[in-house]
Structure formats: structure tokens, C-alpha cells
Design a protein. Structure first.
Lengths: 156, 143
């Protein structure tokens, strides 16, 4: 038996629809945000790996010194297509990255240093807080992608 | 007949009680897949670097080649809170012009991530992963 719609039932449908569409959009944008972050982080990991191999190589002017300055531009080239509004800051060679807490949202840092615990190892880190394209889903995305490589220098 | 039907508010409550956990599980599953995929990327990258480091040591020097590889592998993976590096197999010496094929192992401790609520009864929820990479040495590499 079909019942006529009461005066309150139209409002109830509206509220239910609002909850449903709200939840659906939350999951949809959450998934999109997750996918974009995964792309950015993967690129950061592979960029750091490429950067550390360049930084661990000898300088053209000195076969016994590592070329820490080579990492920044290389990492920047690799990351540029997937920054999605994030600003990439290249730290001077030998300067360690700031802690995650002190890096502003929307910024990533690239730093190339010798490993403080083992000077035979070169360390390149991409660290920061990527720009949030979907602020309605405030997921606390951070990137901290280190890569280490044994220095490849030569001595006569 | 007009007005709210008897039991309708209870029905809405049950619908919500079913829908919200399903949506949360769906969202956490996306995150879980992302975490595992990212861990694979990390281990694959660390193993590739280790293989490259192994062939950057002087040729025919098993100990130094293995040491270069191990330090590279551990150094690349050690900073993660939920991914612990394991053993690095077959990443040793080589002859000039030869190759080194390394297999890196690692463990993702999902129990240390927010996704742990998907497995509340397993305090040590983890997944073992591995990756293989090959490093190619120069035929002119000195010993």
C-alpha cells in the first residue's frame, strides 16, 4: 500500500541526501588527494635517488670531492611536473633540511649533505609539506624521502 | 495519513550506522593501498641504489662491494617509522664488466600506521616485501 508523503518526509530526504552526498564527496576527494600524494611521493623518492647518484660523483674540477651542488637542479627537474602548486626550495649544498615541523605547508626542500654519522656516505633528502589541492579533506600529507649513496671519488 | 511513520527514525539510524563504517573502511583501504605501494617504491629504489653502489666499489673486492651496498640500502630506508630494512642478498663482489643482482628485503609494520584500526586484534600487523635490481659495472673498472 502506497502512503502519501508527509510534510516532514521531504525534509528528511533532503537531510539524508545531504549526508550521503557529503560522505561520498569526502571519500572521493580523499581518494583523489591520496592518489596525488602517492604520485608526488613516488616522484620525490626517485628524484632523491637520481640526485644522490649525481651528488656522490666526483666534481669535474676535483676528483677527490663530491659534487653536492649537482643534486638540487636534478631533483628539481624530476619533480617539476608533479609539484601541483608546491614550491620547491633548494638548500645550499652541505646545508641539512629543516625539520618537518618548521617547513611551511606548500613547500618542499631539497638538501644534499654528507651523512653526519658517516662521512663516506652522501645524503640527499626531499622533505616538506606538499600543497593541499583538496582542503576540504585536510589529510596531513608530508614527504620525507631520503636517499644515500657511497661517495664515488678518486685519489691518485 | 500524514506525519512521520513509526520506526523511520530508527531505520535512518541503522542506515547511518552501516554507511559510515563502510565509508571509513573504504577510505582507510585507499590509504592502506597507498602505503603498501609507497613502501614498494622505497624498497625498489633502495635496492637499485644498493646494486649501483656495489658496482662502484673496486672490482674483485667482495667485502668492500658488499659494504657499499649494505650502507646504501640501510641509509636509504632507515628513516621510515613503519618500514624496516631487512637483509640484502647477493649484493657482493663482481668482476670488471660483470653485473651484480641484489635482492632487498623489508618489512612494513602496518600496526604503526593509522590503518591499524582495520586489524585491531593484530598488534604486530606487518607485510614482508622484496625487490630485485641489477647493477652493471664498467669493463674498465680497476681492482
Amino acid at each position: 500500500m502506497l502512503l502519501p508523503v508527509g510534510p516532514h518526509q521531504g525534509g528528511q530526504s533532503l537531510v539524508e541526501f545531504a549526508f550521503t552526498i557529503g560522505s561520498f564527496l569526502l571519500v572521493l576527494f580523499g581518494a583523489l588527494s591520496t592518489a596525488l600524494y602517492a604520485v608526488q611521493r613516488s616522484a620525490a623518492v626517485t628524484a632523491a635517488a637520481a640526485g644522490v647518484r649525481a651528488a656522490a660523483s666526483a666534481q669535474s674540477s676535483s676528483a677527490s670531492s663530491v659534487d653536492l651542488g649537482a643534486a638540487g637542479p636534478l631533483v628539481s627537474d624530476r619533480l617539476q611536473p608533479v609539484l601541483f602548486g608546491t614550491t620547491l626550495d633548494q638548500e645550499p649544498p652541505g646545508t641539512p633540511c629543516d625539520s618537518l615541523d618548521s617547513i611551511r605547508p606548500g613547500h618542499l626542500e631539497v638538501c644534499a649533505t654528507l651523512d653526519p654519522t658517516d662521512a663516506s656516505m652522501v645524503l640527499v633528502v626531499v622533505r616538506g609539506r606538499p600543497y593541499d589541492l583538496f582542503p576540504i579533506v585536510p589529510l596531513p600529507w608530508t614527504i620525507d624521502a631520503p636517499a644515500e649513496f657511497h661517495r664515488v671519488t678518486f685519489q691518485r | 495519513m500524514t506525519g512521520a511513520c513509526r520506526g523511520c527514525s530508527g531505520q535512518a539510524l541503522i542506515e547511518t550506522a552501516i554507511t559510515i563504517p563502510v565509508l571509513l573502511t573504504l577510505l582507510l583501504s585507499f590509504l592502506l593501498a597507498m602505503v603498501v605501494a609507497q613502501a614498494y617504491v622505497d624498497v625498489d629504489t633502495a635496492t637499485s641504489l644498493a646494486a649501483a653502489a656495489a658496482v662502484s666499489a673496486p672490482a674483485n673486492n667482495d667485502a668492500l662491494s658488499g659494504q657499499f651496498a649494505q650502507k646504501t640500502y640501510d641509509g636509504t630506508l632507515r628513516r621510515s617509522s613503519y618500514l624496516e630494512p631487512g637483509s640484502l642478498d647477493n649484493c657482493g663482489g663482481y668482476q670488471a664488466g660483470g653485473t651484480v643482482t641484489c635482492t632487498g628485503h623489508a618489512t612494513i609494520f602496518l600496526s604503526r600506521t593509522p590503518m591499524a584500526i582495520l586489524q585491531p586484534l593484530d598488534a604486530n600487523w606487518h607485510v614482508d616485501i622484496q625487490a630485485t635490481a641489477t647493477g652493471y659495472s664498467s669493463p674498465y673498472r680497476s681492482t
